[in-house]
Design a protein around this ligand. Structure first.
Ligand SMILES: NC(=O)C1=CN([C@@H]2O[C@H](COP(=O)(O)OP(=O)(O)OC[C@H]3O[C@@H](n4cnc5c(N)ncnc54)[C@H](OP(=O)(O)O)[C@@H]3O)[C@@H](O)[C@H]2O)[C@@H](O)CC1
Ligand SMILES: Nc1ncnc2c1ncn2[C@@H]1O[C@H](COP(=O)(O)OP(=O)(O)O)[C@@H](O)[C@H]1O
Ligand SMILES: [K+]
Length: 504
């Protein structure tokens, strides 16, 4: 499933109409019809539906919905929140069809009247504005939105909750807080931003006839779901040996933080690595060896309990993860620099490793083998020298710019983790839940990512699949035996079993 900006949606729309010859009226009919099929599952045959229509094509979708419901014997009424002369083009064509079928329309100039007009409605369909919103919502639409947001009635938005921008970048808006939204053609980026996603309520996408080639041509962003995971995840050969499944190295740990590297190692093995070596201090090895029985160890020199400058062969590994629990000492930075310069395999940089590259980002830019950074928003903001709220306003843009500028893969973690390739491709992970908001979750993701980077798939797919497995493990655990409260990172490692058993 592709994710689009408003501009990309208009491009896809234009291409479908101009190049392929599909008429706009037909796309609008498809949208309204497809939404009605879904809507009819939510409502009773006796439900009274009020469609609030605006002036653009979003209002046009509203008229198709009203006509389809009317012809299916529902009780429907349309409230038109703009003067008659504002309804033009395809929307006017569909308004006329609705009226020709016996549909009724009340035109309103002031928001106050809406309360009375919807008093006997069970369901309100919000078709006021879609992706064509410019600036803040004007009256009377803004007043209608304020009313809808305090009513108990069930509100269904069409394409986008009216008033909400389709794109990232704007945080000051008045918008419908929908109970559910039927998105037309492709989800918009605002459905995956912390400040705007909740306005959509539950959402579902309806297909209206945009060909995949048009979506592919305009969008580089996608939603990574079960289908993508199953298609891209390499199958295991019956005659494979451990060398086929990757030899990975995890570098990190310090006396103060011994547990995190143990979690990454365990997660990497559980996710399917052939061999994992933990490179850390002698003391940490003593601490974690009893719980990391399946891994091998490499003792590195230390200073005050932290990893210090040390050179050692890094050429016999298929992938390396560095940074977990290593602390932020100067001497440790030299080790990070050494590994980034010497390793001729994919390197994943996480946690404190991200602080070490910050002072000299040429460390990552110079590399010719894949480099992956896995920051949470605080770490990403630190790398970019901006505040977290600034980052979260436009996470897609910031991640894409960083990935392009430094030639790295970026896994920007959060409720909607965004995976970005250096060429600008992006994916949003669909799995995971608040049970993951706990210390250690990131270490587990790093381990799974290391395992995936060594399997027979592209690095982009590997990272998308790692995020999918990590979140899916948490989802299955919460659905079956755990809760958002008690889920531990170590549970998520065990849960990888269920993910593989469910999808193999
Ligand atoms: N492929 C597709 O794209 C398809 C799209 N489809 C549907 O069309 C929708 C896009 O339609 P669109 O382009 O006509 O824009 P739309 O969202 O109706 O808004 C424009 C209207 O809003 C108004 N308005 C703007 N800002 C405002 C404000 N601040 N405050 C108040 N009013 C404001 C503006 O009025 P104006 O400023 O011009 O007076 C203008 O009339 C899309 O979301 C989907 O539902 C489907 O039919 C199938 C194919
Ligand atoms: N509410 C949430 N919904 C889904 N995933 C979440 C949520 N909160 C956190 N996560 C996931 O949990 C992980 C947390 O990573 P990170 O912040 O690095 O944790 P830590 O540093 O404590 O190990 C990320 O993969 C993130 O996407
Ligand atoms: K809308």
């Amino acid at each position: 499933m592709y994710i689009v900006t408003a501009k990309e949606m208009y491009g896809i729309d234009h291409y479908t109409m101009q190049e392929l010859g599909v008429e706009g009226k037909l796309l609008m009919e498809n949208a309204g019809r497809a939404i009605c099929l879904k809507l009819e599952n939510l409502i009773e045959k006796t439900s009274r539906i009020c469609v609030i229509a605006g002036s653009g094509n979003n209002g046009g979708d509203g008229f198709v919905i009203a006509r389809t419901l009317l012809n299916n014997n529902y009780h429907v009424h349309v409230v038109q929140a703009v003067p008659d002369e504002k309804i033009t083009g395809d929307a006017l064509y569909h308004k006329n069809l609705y009226k020709n079928c016996g549909g009724t329309v009340t035109v309103i100039k002031e928001a106050e009247i809406i309360r009375e007009l919807v008093s006997d409605a069970d369901i309100i369909v919000d078709a006021m504005v879609g992706i064509g919103i410019r600036g803040k919502l004007r009256e009377p639409l803004a007043g209608i939105v304020r009313f809808l947001n305090q009513t108990e009635k069930f509100v269904v938005s069409i394409d986008i909750p009216s008033g909400l921008p389709a794109d990232e970048g704007l945080t000051d808006f008045t918008a419908v807080e929908a109970d559910c939204t039927f998105i037309v053609g492709a989800p918009k980026t605002s459905a995956f931003l912390e400040h705007s996603a909740s306005f959509y309520g539950e959402w579902e996408m309806v297909s209206i006839g945009f060909p995949p080639l048009a979506l592919r041509k305009y969008s580089k962003r996608m939603l990574w779901n079960e289908g993508n995971f199953q298609e891209s995840m390499p199958k295991r050969k019956l005659n494979s040996h451990k060398g086929d499944h990757g030899r990975g190295l995890v570098i990190g740990g310090s006396t103060e933080m011994p547990g995190s590297i143990a979690m990454s190692v365990k997660a990497a093995l559980k996710a399917g690595s052939g061999l994992i070596t933990a490179a850390t201090t002698e003391k940490v090895i003593q601490m974690i060896a009893p719980v990391s029985m399946e891994s091998t160890f490499l003792a590195l020199s230390e200073k005050n309990g932290y990893l210090a400058n040390h050179t050692f062969p890094v050429d016999s590994y298929d992938a390396i993860a560095i940074g977990i629990g290593m602390g932020r000492y100067e001497e440790t930075r030299d080790l990070v620099r050494y590994v980034l310069e010497q390793a001729k395999c994919p390197v994943i940089i996480d946690a404190d490793g991200l602080y070490h590259i910050k002072s000299d980002l040429s460390m990552i830019k110079k590399r010719s083998d894949p480099t992956i950074v896995t920051p949470h928003p605080g770490e990403m903001a630190m790398l970019l020298d901006i505040s977290v709220p600034e980052l979260l306003k436009e996470p897609f843009r910031y991640a894409a710019e960083f990935a392009g500028k430094y030639n790295v893969y970026v896994v920007l973690k959060g409720k909607y983790t965004i995976i970005t390739a250096p060429d600008g491709r992006q994916a949003v992970n669909t799995t995971g839940n608040p049970g993951l908001a706990k210390g250690g979750s990131g270490d587990v993701l790093t381990g799974i990512s290391l395992a995936m980077a060594m399997q027979d798939q592209s690095i982009f797919e590997a990272l998308c699949n790692a995020c999918f497995i990590h979140g899916k493990s948490a989802d299955l655990l919460v659905a079956n035996e755990h809760s958002f409260y008690d889920l531990l990172a170590s549970d998520v490692i065990k849960g990888i079993t269920d993910v593989y058993r469910t999808f193999s």
